[in-house]
Design a protein around this ligand. Sequence first.
Ligand SMILES: [Zn+2]
Length: 201
Amino acid sequence: MSASPLLQKLIEAFQCLPGIGPRSSQRLAYHLLKQDRNNANYLADMLKKAVTEIQHCEECRTFSETKICCFCQDPKRANHILCIVETPLDQSIIEQNSHYQGRYFVLLGHLSPLDGIGPEQIGLDLLKKRFETRTIEEIILATNTTVEGETTAHFIAKLASKYQIRISRLACGIPIGGELEYVDSNTLTRAFNDRFILEDN
Ligand SMILES: [Zn+2]
């Protein structure tokens, strides 16, 4: 408990963030209200602005302040290849860490029938329309390797198979610089199944 009910509400509000429990939220709230409140004001302004102004791209569904995002507008990117990811964060990570130069489609989640998340909720009607109206030669399924991510990838692969589109999945296996003794059995099995030929004699 604190002397200020508003401070108590602020502490509770921080708990909507992932990984933030009662202790961490208390620390954050007290930190922001320390003497110099410029940072707290800046954070409040940015949060308000971002929540109000950032919407979803009408083409790929990623976060965007314009109707069509910069990735969909960029004339230098390849139109015929589409990378499908679960979240805008996944898209951003691929963009920052790979040399991928095609287009994206963001599902904003994964299939989860028990939670009421079906094909419509992850934008598959929009994706289907894209298959029908654009020349897409390949989709790269970059959903997570969780059960839900794999189920979603299979569902989309089945949908794409009706349109003569090459379907690929991100490879899974031993991390670069990783040691076999630390790799779990599922990853090792997948790495064996997805092995590639180094030299074709
Ligand atoms: Zn877009």
